[in-house]
Design a protein around this ligand. Structure first.
Ligand SMILES: Nc1ncnc2c1ncn2[C@@H]1O[C@H](COP(=O)(O)OP(=O)(O)OP(=O)(O)O)[C@@H](O)[C@H]1O
Ligand SMILES: [Mg+2]
Length: 281
């Protein structure tokens, strides 16, 4: 832990550095422009593993054609400084040419669990995610990998993929880290202007309102969705894309909440799309 942080980019460098990591190795995959959400994953890995590896890669294949990949925020210098403070052992910053060599044509696709919610709104997104995460798993060979609950469906998809492909990796999902006013931290929050930033608390407020109703005994999933929808409707700068109250395991929409449910949503502020979720029950 007192060792110097290794920073590698090429596969050859990674393959030289990787065997130096004492096991268990924890991997935190990121797209960079790090915030407290990412750092909380790295800190949990630091507590649970002998070595911590973080990947920073803005994965082009998980962006849709209308999503602005070229504008995605980047600040590698700052990211590296932040990771130093956490005591990360290895940072891997592969290039698109490394992850997608010329002639690339091999994909990892998870079926049912990618279909609703984010998968329905962002065709091809999870195909990009599962392909790149498989490649990160193969290259780094971690014992544990850390993901955030903010991206609840992503966590479910990665769990499914890990089981289906027999990756010998434990998937750990960490709580959503929020700003003091409740907004879930996201690299995309920098796209918001100051009015949109104020309005963006509506995700947390609407989920909280539905959770309060659930706490008072509301089990009608339609009513819970309606509370979210009406709260968002009261915010002029917010445009609701979807609200879902789904079975926590299958992500299928519910009529009644009996077991654990995932209440999740996506909202546009101008061109910026934010997601959030609460687990009920
Ligand atoms: N607020 C948060 N709390 C906990 N984990 C988070 C949070 N935000 C992101 N993560 C997790 O960090 C990992 C890397 O996510 P990523 O680099 O895409 O960051 P991001 O903030 O979600 O960016 P973007 O909004 O562009 O997707 C994912 O496992 C994601 O779930
Ligand atoms: Mg993300």
């Amino acid at each position: 832990m007192s060792r110097q942080m290794m920073i590698v980019s090429t596969l050859q460098e990674l393959r030289t550095a990787q065997p130096l990591l004492d096991r268990p190795v924890g991997l935190v995959p990121t797209m960079g422009y790090l915030h407290e959400g990412h750092l909380s994953l790295a800190r949990q890995a630091r507590q649970e593993c002998h070595s911590v590896a973080v990947s920073i890669f803005v994965n082009p294949t998980q962006f849709g054609p209308s999503e602005d990949l070229s504008k995605y925020p980047r600040d590698l210098e700052r990211d590296l400084q932040l990771l130093e403070t956490v005591g990360v052992d290895l940072v891997w910053t592969p290039t698109p040419e490394i992850m997608y060599p010329p002639g690339f044509q091999t994909w990892v696709e998870v079926q049912e669990v990618t279909k609703p919610l984010e998968g329905a709104q962002r065709p091809g997104h999870f195909k990009g995610v599962t392909t790149v995460v498989s490649k990160l798993f193969n290259a780094v060979g971690p014992d544990k990998a850390y993901f955030g609950q903010k991206d609840a469906q992503q966590a479910a998809v990665i769990r499914r993929m890990t089981a289906d492909l027999n990756f010998p990796i434990e998937i750990i999902v960490c709580p959503t880290v929020r700003e003091p006013d409740g907004l879930a931290m996201s690299s995309r929050n920098v796209y918001l202007d100051s009015d949109q930033r104020r309005a963006a608390t509506v995700l947390y407020r609407s989920l909280s309102a539905a959770q309060a109703a659930f706490g008072k005994g509301e089990r009608d999933a339609g009513k819970l969705r309606e509370i979210v929808q009406q709260t968002v409707a009261s915010e002029p700068l917010a445009q609701l894309q979807y609200v879902s109250c789904a079975d926590y395991a299958t992500l299928q929409e519910l009529d009644q909440v009996r077991g654990k449910a995932l209440l999740s949503m996506a909202v546009f502020f101008g061109k910026t799309r934010l997601i959030d979720n609460f687990v009920l029950g």
